[in-house]
Design a protein around this ligand. Structure first.
Ligand SMILES: [Zn+2]
Ligand SMILES: [Zn+2]
Length: 338
């Protein structure tokens, strides 16, 4: 038996040209469909989805026998926390300046820090991702820029992502308001959706960095979310927050950026009164104030907020962390309907 040599492979371009010449309309439809499918696959693999599609980032590693019944939040200071839940370790708004250092707030304005971070940047545990609400010196500083690994996924605004890329970080994941990204690690998933926020009143907001709040929802496999955490970012209270409870009712915990930041007498972050209004709007089961007392521009002490919440009689679990303290939360196992 003789084997005929295989014909030389036809250049794919020629085959395609032939096909297109013979069936132009069919080819056009096929090309569009193929492009769409490839786009979706690319979106799921690389996380570079089209606007409106959910981005997906698969983290390497296994979350182990991920414990979805218990989680913790360690308070470093300012808005810097380490959220540990479902086998994922998330660093928020990394700020490792020390007392006496100045944070840059744009337009040459700085503010002195009054406190030290509870840990140094070198003491951070291994991180899965960073969540950055906006690009301000009390949320992202030169110490974070120098020490965090350059491939760390950083979920943030478009504005901050562009700045991070210039600093050599090559995995920022930017979100527009209401856009989501899903982070998976083993069976566990975390969906982060960008929430509306504004750093200044009215038109002044446009002169300050764009800010995003975040809604974090964790789950496993096909189940609905187990735990819903809202992080406000540096936002003022306003109508823009009203869409949040409509889309995301039953928030388990809200971390509110307070401090009542003032520049030239203008309020730029929630003070005690606005913090209380935020609770009334979002209606979380529990609340954890952060971003307070750390900088000279923070004019509303956290104690005012704690008293205001207690005096309000609102049905909310109020938690308060000093620097270096942890808040541990328990999440009931979902009841499966029979
Ligand atoms: Zn800010
Ligand atoms: Zn701030």
């Amino acid at each position: 038996m003789t084997h005929l040599p295989s014909p030389p492979p036809q250049p794919p371009e020629n085959a395609l040209v032939d096909f297109v010449k013979k069936t132009p309309w069919l080819s056009l439809s096929a090309a569009l469909a193929t492009g769409y499918v490839l786009g979706r696959i690319a979106a799921s693999v690389t996380g570079q989805g089209h606007a409106g599609h959910e981005k997906v980032v698969h983290l390497p590693g296994w979350a182990g026998q991920a414990d979805l019944e218990r989680g913790s939040i360690f308070f470093v200071g300012t808005a810097t926390t380490i959220i540990s839940y479902g086998g994922l370790s998330i660093l928020t708004d990394p700020n490792f300046l020390h007392a006496g250092d100045h944070a840059h707030l744009g337009y040459g304005i700085t503010s002195a820090r009054r406190t030290d971070p509870a840990i140094e940047v070198e003491q951070l545990p291994p991180l899965d991702l960073c969540l950055l609400s906006h690009m301000h010196g009390d949320h992202w500083d030169h110490i974070a820029a120098a020490h965090l690994r350059k491939d760390l996924p950083i979920v943030t605004t478009r504005h901050a992502a562009a700045s991070l890329r210039k600093q050599g970080f090559y995995n920022p994941q930017s979100l527009d308001t209401w856009q989501s990204i899903v982070i998976t690690k083993g069976e566990v998933w975390l969906r982060i959706t960008a929430m509306p926020g504004t750093h200044g009143p009215g038109p002044l907001g446009a002169l300050l960095p764009p800010v995003m709040g975040s809604m974090l929802e964790w789950g496993s496999g096909d189940e609905p979310p187990r735990f819903r955490l809202y992080i406000s970012g540096d936002t003022l209270v306003g109508k823009h927050l009203h869409g949040i409870p409509r889309r995301f009712p039953n928030v388990d915990l809200a971390m509110l950026h307070l401090g009542g930041t003032q520049l030239f007498g203008i309020l730029l972050t929630m003070d005690a009164k606005q913090g209380l209004q935020a609770i009334r709007i979002i209606q979380p089961r529990a609340v954890l104030p952060i971003h307070y007392n750390d900088y000279t521009v923070f004019k509303s002490p956290v104690e005012d907020f704690l008293h205001a919440v207690e005096a309000s009689g609102l049905d909310v679990d109020l938690h308060y962390l000093r620097h270096g303290e942890s808040f541990t939360f328990r999440v009931p196992t979902p009841i499966t309907s029979s």
